[in-house]
Design a binder for this molecule. Structure first.
Ligand code: FAD
Length: 292
């Protein structure tokens, strides 16, 4: 089933996982996936390590999700490292695996590289190419509530979003954003500029101080004062930080739903318990069922 059809019928719940490194077994991730299915997600996405040694693992993981019959698989796929022929071959592999949903990205550049080393420079070109080849896939694209870290301005980043929309993206998925105010300002600007696609909000549960600092800064995102004060107050005590971070994330998710997000996509970092607590305490499933 195409994810866009699910989104159009009400709030979605979804998770992101990443494949293990090439020399590591898949079983621990399979166990996590089995647990995640018990939370009744609409879809689970799997990241794509462009140019990485575990690139092939992405296909194994999305095949397994799709063939579980428990939810839809959404495969991330990048311009980085891929020629036209590579894209055609990947589309054929995903089709054979039963996958109908792709998140089309430019991809992160590996260290020391500043170009995609493929036939497409930007996500909109990849989306247009896939659309020119087949109508099988529902296509998602990335968006950035605090702008992409390399974009010159929020306006130029919204120009890029309009290009992805014009190329045929069906919906958008956000980068993490801990500031609801910045998220809302972005939605308002994007809508005023003509972005009409549904927007699924990506949420990285706030559970570890070091992870928070690393992920927000490396993605060019802000740490709002409320979060900074949690770091100041509980940064030295792992368990207290986790408890306060959980409370913060529950309220963040509730606010995003209240403000009209089309879905909540939780970056699980391949962990189950924290995500299960969040889904329960934020009442995401109940809100999702009420919205249908
Ligand atoms: P683009 O849309 O190409 O944008 C990149 C930059 O170029 C932006 O600054 C934009 O403003 C500008 N731009 C866009 N289009 C044009 C254009 N036509 N002309 C000129 N400038 C343009 N990375 C991975 O490697 N693997 C993953 O699995 C992965 N998953 C992700 C999941 C989500 C939900 C998100 C938000 C990001 C993910 N990323 C992943 C990271 C992503 O690949 C990087 O943020 C990358 O730098 C940008 O990808 P993009 O698709 O937004 O690129």
């Amino acid at each position: 089933m195409k994810i866009i059809d699910r989104i159009q019928s009400g709030l979605t719940l979804s998770f992101e996982v990443f494949p293990p490194k090439a020399d590591k077994p898949l079983e621990p991730l399979h166990d996590t996936l089995e647990q995640l299915y018990s939370l009744n997600p609409d879809f689970i996405s799997c990241t794509y390590g462009a140019m990485g040694s575990n690139k092939g693992r992405n296909l194994e993981v999305v095949r397994s999700i799709q063939q579980s019959g428990k939810c839809e698989a959404l495969s991330h796929y990048t311009c980085v490292g891929n020629s036209r022929e590579d894209v055609l071959s990947a589309l054929s592999d995903y089709t054979e695996a039963g996958v109908e949903n792709l998140l089309a990205l430019r991809g992160d550049f590996p260290a020391g590289v500043a170009e995609t080393k493929g036939d497409f420079a930007h996500a909109n070109e990849l989306i247009a190419f896939i659309r020119s080849q087949t109508s099988r896939f529902s296509l998602a694209a990335a968006c950035y509530p605090e702008k992409h870290l390399l974009a010159e301005s929020m306006d130029s980043d919204i120009d890029a979003l309009l290009k992805k929309q014009d190329a045929g993206a069906d919906f958008l998925m956000t980068q993490l954003c801990y500031s609801v105010e910045n998220y809302l300002r972005f939605i308002d600007r994007a809508r005023k500029r003509g972005v009409t696609l549904p927007i699924v909000a990506g949420v990285l549960p706030l559970l570890k101080k070091d992870g928070l600092v690393r992920m927000t800064l490396s993605n060019g995102c802000s740490i709002p004062a409320e979060v900074a004060s949690l770091v100041g107050r509980y940064g030295a005590e792992e368990e207290s930080f986790r408890a306060a971070g959980h409370e913060f994330t529950v309220s963040l998710v509730q606010r995003l739903i209240q403000e009209g997000a089309n879905g909540i996509h939780l970056y699980t970092l391949n962990r189950f318990e924290d995500v299960a607590d969040l889904v329960r305490d934020a009442g995401i499933r109940e809100k999702s069922e009420n919205s249908r």
